[in-house]
Design a protein around this ligand. Structure first.
Ligand SMILES: Cc1cc2nc3c(=O)[nH]c(=O)nc-3n(C[C@H](O)[C@H](O)[C@H](O)COP(=O)(O)O)c2cc1C
Length: 190
């Protein structure tokens, strides 16, 4: 496990903001530090899609960073982390990362994560996908980014929305090698 146990969590303005909130909550419970950066539209999605306030979401994070503050530690590759996850990842943020257009802190943090060869996981949420979006995903995958679509499985027989959300959060934690029991692994009852 990478030391320090610290993950950058980016929340952008796609539908499914609940994925990002749950990630912060789980990391909090696992005592893994989180550096949170939210876009303006992510804050709007908290309001649109949940009954929580942005303040309540921020409370799960260890540190919060202003998305317009390029003097933040997140703007430097010298800030050591386990990597970064953007969930949900909008097509706009995905495009910005794909072409290195770092005009906000979230994009700059992703840029730094890539240049330092740390794991970067994007959880895109859009449907259907156009050719530009698909090509951006290929560019990112070729650069070592993990594209982990917000497309939960059903083989573990989810009963609630929380079960679906936990499947995606669990799959994300799997990439970082973090132990969890967020979903039931197929045929692993031993
Ligand atoms: C209700 C609502 C739902 C949206 N859902 C998505 C979505 O699922 N995926 C997406 O890429 N953009 C979605 N958008 C559009 C983004 O919010 C918009 O492109 C914005 O510029 C993203 O900015 P950000 O990446 O800086 O957060 C949605 C917007 C609204 C208002």
């Amino acid at each position: 496990m990478v030391n320090p146990m610290r993950l950058i969590v980016g929340l952008s303005g796609a539908s499914g903001i609940i994925y990002g909130i749950r990630m912060l909550e789980v990391m909090h419970d696992l005592k893994i530090e989180t550096d949170l950066v939210m876009t303006g539209m992510a804050e709007k999605m908290v309001e649109i899609e949940t009954s929580r306030s942005v303040e309540q979401v921020r409370d799960f994070a260890t540190r919060c960073h202003d998305n317009s503050d390029f003097t933040s530690v997140l703007a430097s590759g010298g800030y050591r982390t386990m990597g970064m996850v953007v969930l949900p990842c909008s097509m706009k943020t995905l495009a910005g990362i794909a072409c290195g257009f770092a005009d906000n802190l979230l994009l700059r943090a992703a840029d730094c994560t890539l240049k330092e060869r740390r794991p970067l996981i994007l959880v895109p949420r859009e449907t259907p996908l156009n050719l530009i979006q698909l090509k951006n995903m290929v560019t990112l995958a070729e650069s070592g980014v993990t594209i982990l679509p917000a497309a939960p499985g059903f083989y573990h027989r989810p009963e609630t929305i929380d079960d679906l959300v936990d499947h995606i959060v669990g799959k994300t934690l799997d990439v970082f090698g973090v132990d969890h029991h967020l979903y039931h692994r197929w045929r692993q009852d031993f």
